[in-house]
Design a binder for this molecule. Sequence first.
Ligand code: PMP
Length: 439
Amino acid sequence: MAAAMLNAFGGDGGELSQGDRALLGRRAVSMGSAYRLFYERPVHFVRGEGVWLFDPEGRPYLDAYNNVACVGHCHPRVVAAVARQAAVLNTHTRYLTEGVVAYAERLTSLFPAGLDNVMFACTGSEANDLAIRIAKTFTGRRGFVVTELAYHGGTEAVAAMSPSLGRAVPVGQHVRLAPAPDSHNIPRDEMASTFARGVRAAIADLERHGVPPAALLVDTIFASDGIFADPAGFLGEAVEAIHEAGGLFIADEVQAGFGRTGDRMWGFERHEVSPDLVTLGKPMGAGYPLSGVVARPEVIEAFGSRSRYFNTFGGSPVACAAGQAVLDVIEDDGLLANAQRVGTLFREALGHLFRRHEIIADVRGAGLFIGVEVAAAGAAPRSAVLAAAIVNGMRERGVLISSTGPRGDVLKIRPPLVFSEPDVAYFIERLQSVLEGLA
Ligand code: PMP
């Protein structure tokens, strides 16, 4: 099952309120048929605050899904920073402005030495699209290796490297797929070598077809592949393989970046690898569109000497004010340590709860990016049906999660980084009620 098909509303809205049915109808007429809504009964939100979202009746939903609002919904410091800057100046990177330079300096200082340049864009797709162009220019090659169910974005170039979009969206002829590092089925001590073997085979196949690899592009938490985090370090051998083949390593940190995985700011740091290019997005502006590509200066130089770069909104003064405020909150409120601490006890609580029910579950992840692969202990229902029942049962009880993975049987739990111990207790209590309902 393609990840794109998971947790998608497919009914006629018959069970919704009259107001929501009308909104659903207007949405279909004005926005067309390519969009998907989450849940069997879609949710309508009018307000957000911290880890909570509220529907028109004021009913609260605990948000255990949205990583963009990494510092919590509508964080007052982000809102104030955006409003303050919007009232003073909002132009673009073709004028000298202090804010963009200060933000670039601060952001690059958060990366290992060598990754000293950053270029700004607005979405994760744009960042990956730019990284692909840079990698092609630097290496003079056009081949790419990605994982089997990767999602890297929606532009023409990036969709061709996003097999999770499904069979109807063809993977490029210059793209090869490597099996994802499935920690549920691969023994821990074989993860690094097994993943690297798949990457080497993909590289060899590209070379055989006369399209040597420009880069290995990997989401460092493997979100759409099913969420694979451990053992930390397993990426190393695959990165060595692409470097030996003369290609670059692009770490897609759109999901894992900005403290999501807990102990470190970036997902690639857990694996102690050195990317040549890093792409950033989603949480970077906590909802204000802001993304970027971080790279070694000589890599950018190869691109910049041949091509100029400009992105009208990327790195605008307001975007950079949002980015600064996000970093302020992450640092001042100790959100990395919080993600590490709360994430660990969250996974433990999930493990306990599932063990008490007739459900076999692999609870995995890092920090506050948690995957729970579920399977019923008896025969039926199928694991994907079970996962969907849990996702929708949680929604009915006012908690937001989703599902992912090749079979759609991995619960995807990825709350704002401000998620607290009481939030975990609330989540577990609701999940218990869902599981009891299923039994
Ligand atoms: N890379 C990864 C790993 C993603 O998960 C996504 C979005 N889900 C993207 C890139 C694309 O980001 P955007 O939707 O901002 O274009």
